[in-house]
Design a protein. Structure first.
Length: 95
């Protein structure tokens, strides 16, 4: 039993994860942000204009900012998530 548990824990240690963060301006112009990697879609909320995705698998994401009317949605392509690194996409200014 202990050997099986050790193998499972050892296999999870190879999962590579990183983080994405950014800011939306104006701060109240968006409520949700999505991170898309292939067929996987993650969602997070916007708080005081800030958003973050934590411990997500490595890869190249598209970030979609869901705007609140009268603002328009925005996207950022080719956002690289690297193992143990936080990728800051900077400020997303909604029009």
């Amino acid at each position: 039993m202990i050997t099986g548990l050790a193998i499972i824990l050892f296999s999870f240690s190879f999962i590579k994860t990183g983080n994405i963060r950014g800011k939306v301006l104006p701060a109240g112009a968006a409520s949700e942000v999505f991170a898309v990697l292939g067929v996987d879609t993650l969602k997070t909320t916007v708080s005081n204009g800030n958003f973050a995705f934590q411990n997500i698998k490595t890869g190249t994401y598209t970030i979609l900012v869901k705007a609140i009317s009268p603002y328009q949605d925005a996207s950022i392509k080719n956002v690289a998530v690297i193992d143990s690194v936080t990728t800051d996409v900077g400020v997303v200014k909604l029009q």
